[in-house]
Design a protein around this ligand. Sequence first.
Ligand SMILES: Nc1ncnc2c1ncn2[C@@H]1O[C@H](COP(=O)(O)OP(=O)(O)O)[C@@H](O)[C@H]1O
Ligand SMILES: [Mg+2]
Length: 139
Amino acid sequence: MQTFTVFNHAGGAGKTSISLNVGHELAASGLRVLLIDLDPQASLTGWLGLTDVQPADTVYPVAVDDEPLPTPQQRYGLHVIPSNMNLALAEPHMLGAVGAQGRLSRALAAVADQYDAVIIDSPPASRSSRSWVPSRPIG
Ligand SMILES: Nc1ncnc2c1ncn2[C@@H]1O[C@H](COP(=O)(O)OP(=O)(O)O)[C@@H](O)[C@H]1O
Ligand SMILES: [Mg+2]
């Protein structure tokens, strides 16, 4: 399993478009793809038509309570962990907790045999990228 984080400090830079399109193309070529929406604005979630998302459906419990990944939703051949506005409250919890930065990474390791690619759509803020540490930089 390879994990890719799509990140740019700016909003409107194409992060969500890239996450969705690359994810779709990888899935169309036969790979098992998990998309994770890490942006409280939840554009990726909305674009996939996922509504009525509860905090327990998002990575909030992973980040705050060190829970396993929630069961993903399924759309267009993709597995998706959606977001909602509540996710904005996760980061303050994480910043005060020892080891919190690795929680998403550890939760993903537990499903490593289930996916070929994980694509994470980030919020447009540098602080957030340091808080979650979900993957190594590439390029
Ligand atoms: N390659 C592209 N060409 C033209 N418009 C694009 C392209 N990629 C994204 N956009 C548009 O730019 C806007 C912002 O893209 P988005 O993926 O939401 O950025 P971000 O996630 O970085 O905020 C959206 O309206 C999207 O449709
Ligand atoms: Mg976006």
